[in-house]
Design a protein around this ligand. Sequence first.
Ligand code: CP
Length: 349
Amino acid sequence: MVKKVHPKLEEPVEAENWTEGIEQPLALLDQIDEDIASTAEIANHSVVSARQFSRQQLIQLCRLAAKFETQQSFGQFPLTGKILISAFYEPSTRTRLSFESVWHRLGGDIISITDPSTTGIAKGESLKDVAEMMNHYGDMVVLRDSNEKAIYEMLDVLRIPIINAGNGTDEHPTQALADLYAIIKWRPELMMDEVSEDQKITIGIIGNPSRMRTVRSLLLFLSRISQGINEVVIISNSTESFSPGQREELEAEGLKLRVTHDLESELPSFDITYINAIAWVGNTYEEHGIEYKLSKSSPLKKGSIILHPLARGEELSTDLDNTEHNWYFAQARGAVFARMALMSSLVRF
Ligand code: CP
């Protein structure tokens, strides 16, 4: 059989405009005044938990992300000569690639470990000793580790900032920053001190806050904008949706929470539907709420958006990709700019 040239090879590579929510950072820039002092506060800090950030800092990080997103090219390279140590001991597509893309785009260099068994850890070296070495080899560490305590052990020894890229079932604060950036690009008014009743939103979260690090960190950030949220409805069949103290902490910040197992009757009221079905635990993953699925035929509210940290499975049908509800690709794209804002704010010279 004679092989033919694939039709895709006949055309130049071209970006298609097929998802909603990609280009709205200008609205955000218009509504929020710059306050450099807020981002300066986080310079030279490590980032382990979403609870480290105030609303004002989040507003300014999202504003800075929007500034990066609206730039056609990056004329400045603030990380020139700086080395990132990228340590990912768990699978990752988006987080690792976006962190490394950011560091490169801002002019820096990267050294990486993707498998701890290729390091002295395989010979019994302690994390503290590994961290001590890292002090001399790089200027910042990004760590993903299924052991939730590993980052805290390293924190004790490190004299350079470390960023949590996912620590077990505990937290994933930079994913939550990307989620928040997507939300406030969609509705910048949610960051204002006062949000009128008709602008307040209802958020549905299909997932388990006690087992999913993305959900845990997102809820902490949502608690910072609780003045703009009517209610967060957790859709879960689990008998233990919250870890001890988790719900109380969020409610103390003014976030109204409700847990139900009934997705179909709640879905038409959601302005944002966030869905995730996977929690990575140890060397494998747990599935949560796989009976809940979203597709084009789901009773979604008109104008509402869907967020998903990705990777997706059967819970999120690809038939939603070409609908107005698809903000999950914009969310993943925006993660680059959100991380750019964070990293350029953390490194001070
Ligand atoms: N959202 C997220 O953490 O994706 P990765 O596991 O691909 O990094």
